[in-house]
Write a protein that binds this ligand. Structure first.
Ligand code: ZN
Length: 246
């Protein structure tokens, strides 16, 4: 039996969490924000009660058809991705290994459905959370807006990388505010993809997502710094930006 009063959430004592999970089960889209305010505020901070809620979230997700479980997965994903920043979260992968395997399977079943691109990318990102793929389990969905901010490893200038249907470029000034010098991105060759890039690209194609697959080629491709000309890997710089200590 979970002693919720001994656990904490963003508001303090987690006593109210079981009742909140009951309401979430009845209306996932309507209660999702309230649930995340308590269990994963800003979608980047989790608490002891957040992890204790995972078995219940698995039950709720498993009780719904794939087309209706995305809000439950969107609750569990950020909690799991945030675990590595939480003292209480360091043992989550061992303690909840079977639940994480269930969540991965439940997400996998969803990915083939005809979501809009934004939800599809969020689900793909959520799948990465359950697989423990750090950085991309919190930053892959930026591919929907198609903008990443990175730093040139040579001259340290901040660069915007824009990946859209119209154009794919990098620049060092705010392109939304003024005309700026842009350099075109160089997409990766699909044949040369390895590891995560190969897996995500193949998955997007298998799921019937050519637009996502194309954007992934730019994300895992190269950009040139507009200030010093250094050619850099966009994905490597996104990782470096997210984990400056590495
Ligand atoms: Zn540079």
């Amino acid at each position: 039996m979970t002693e919720w009063s001994q656990l904490s959430d963003a508001y303090g004592s987690a006593e109210g969490v079981p009742a909140l999970l009951d309401r979430f089960e009845a209306d996932p889209p309507g209660v999702w924000s309230e649930l995340m305010d308590r269990l994963c505020p800003q979608l980047d901070t989790a608490f002891s009660a957040s992890f204790a809620a995972l078995p219940r979230l698995v039950e709720i997700a498993a009780g719904r058809e794939p087309a209706e479980r995305h809000w439950v997965l969107f609750a569990a994903g950020p909690i799991v991705a945030s675990a590595r920043r939480s003292v209480d979260g360091t043992t989550v992968r061992e303690v909840y290994s079977s639940q994480l395997a269930d969540l991965a399977r439940l997400t996998d079943q969803c990915l083939r459905l005809p979501w809009d691109t934004e939800d599809y990318l969020s689900l793909l990102q959520t799948a990465l959370a359950f697989e423990d793929v750090e950085v991309w389990d919190e930053h892959l969905d930026s591919l929907w807006q198609g903008e990443y901010e990175i730093e040139c490893p040579h001259c340290a200038v901040s660069l915007f990388v824009v990946i859209s249907e119209d154009e794919c470029f990098s620049c060092s000034d705010d392109y939304a505010l003024r005309e700026v010098e842009k350099t075109r991105l160089r997409p990766a060759d699909p044949v040369g993809l390895r590891g995560l890039a190969e897996r995500l690209h193949g998955r997007a194609l298998a799921d019937g997502r050519p637009m996502v697959a194309r954007r992934l080629l730019y994300l895992f491709g190269e950009a040139a710094c507009t200030d010093c000309g250094t050619v850099l890997s966009v994905a490597d710089r996104v990782v470096a930006n997210a984990m400056p200590d590495r």
